[in-house]
Design a protein. Sequence first.
Length: 401
Amino acid sequence: MGGVTMAVGSEGADICIVGAGVMGTSIAYQLAIRKAGRIVVCDQGSVGEGMSGRSSALIRMHYTFREEVQLAVLSLRMFRDWVEITGGQPVFHPAPFVRLVHPDETEKLRQNVAMQRECGAHVELIDRPTLAGMAPGWAVEEVILAAYEPDSGYGSGGQVAADLLARARELGVTYRAGARVLGLRRSGDQVTGVDTSRGPIAADLVICATGVWSKPLLRAAGWDPPIETEFHHVALVRRPGREPGDGLACIDSVTRTYFRPDVPGTTLVGSFYGPRGADPDNFPQRASEADLARLVEAASQRVPGLAEGGIAGSVTGVYDMTPDTRPLIGPVPGLPGCMAVMGFSGMGFKISPAVGVAVAEMVCQGVASTVDLRPFRPERFAEGRPIQPEGEYRDDLNTAR
Ligand SMILES: Cc1cc2nc3c(=O)[nH]c(=O)nc-3n(C[C@H](O)[C@H](O)[C@H](O)COP(=O)(O)OP(=O)(O)OC[C@H]3O[C@@H](n4cnc5c(N)ncnc54)[C@H](O)[C@@H]3O)c2cc1C
C-alpha cells in the first residue's frame, strides 16, 4: 500500500484509474471491495481538486431518464449511509428539493414524477398553495404543480472524493498524486497502461475518469470524445433574515437558476447556462460582479429576498458537456483495454456513488446489473442514438446539476 512511495518506473497494475475526482475514487473503492486486483489511482493534482471540489453538490432525483433516476436513487441512499460506508464524517446535508418547470410542461412533470416513483424515489407532486405554504417568500403565481423531494439535500465533492479514496487505500488501492498522464501506452490497438509525469504504469485496463481534461488525452490515442467544456459561476448570497423557504433547494426552469442553502445565513445560486470552450487549466477563478449581479437578479424573480442580500463569494468551474448532456460510460471505441467514465455535463456529483457500483460491476462481471449502463455507451452519438427521454423538458439540454 501507499503508492506515493512506490519506485517510479516499476509500477504495474491490473487496473489504472486516471483521475481522483468523485468518479475515479468511487470506482476505485467499489473495485477494491470486489477484490478486483491491483488498482492504481493517479491524478495530475490531488484528490478532489478537479471539478468535484467546485461542485454545488446538489443531491436530488428528478431526472427525465430512468437510468439516471436509478443512479440518483441509489446514490442518495449511499450519501445518507456515508458514515457506515466510508467511516468518514457525514457528508449529507438535508435540504428538501423542489423542481419547478414551465407551466406548459406540467404534464411532463407529472409523468416524470410517476416514473421516478417507480424507480423508488421519494417524490411528491405539490400544488401552488402547498408550495406557497412551504416557501411563503417565493413568487409562485405561475406554478401549477411542483415536484417535491423531502429527503434530498446536498453534499461536498471534495469530501466525497477524499473519503472514498481513503477507504479505497485502506483496502489496498495505490494512489499517486501529482502524476499527470501524458499518454496511453499501446500494443497495437490494445491499451497496456499509461505514461505519466512520474513514470509509466502498466495495466490491463485503464479507466479514464478525467472529466473536463478528457478530450486531449483520448484524442491523442485516436478517439475524440464528444465533449465540450462550459464555464459556470455560482454566487453565494447573504440572507439577512431567515425565512421558512430558506432551507429548500430548487431547480427552476422559469428563472433558469438553481439554489440551495449553504453555510448558515447563505444561499448558493447557480445558473443553467454558460459559455462554451473554457480552458480547464486556465479559466477565471472568480466571477465578475456583473455576472453575479445578473445571476442573483434572475433567481430573485423566484425568491425576491435574494435581491436584498449581498454577495458573500463566488465559485467558478467547468462542465464537461456531451451533446445529450448524459455521461459517456463504457469501453472506448477502437481502444480495447480503455474505458471512459466522463462527460457528466454538470450533474455527476449526485450520481457518483452509484456510478462507482455500476462501473465496478461492468469491470468485474462484464455487465452492470444494478443499473443498466448501456444507454450511456460512448459510441451512441456515432450510432446516431443519443439519449432522448420522452419526458425531457425543453431546457433539459442545458439543465445539468
Ligand atoms: C460549478 C459546478 C457546479 C456543479 N454542481 C453540481 C451539482 O449541484 N450537482 C451535481 O450532481 N453535479 C454538479 N456539478 C458537476 C459535478 O461536480 C461533476 O460532474 C463531477 O464532480 C465530475 O467528477 P469527475 O470525477 O468526473 O471529474 P473531476 O472531479 O474533475 O476529476 C477528474 C480528475 O482527473 C484528473 N485528471 C484529468 N486529466 C488527467 C491526466 N491527464 N492525468 C492525471 N490526472 C488527470 C484531474 O486532475 C481531476 O482530479 C457541478 C460542477 C461544477 C463545475
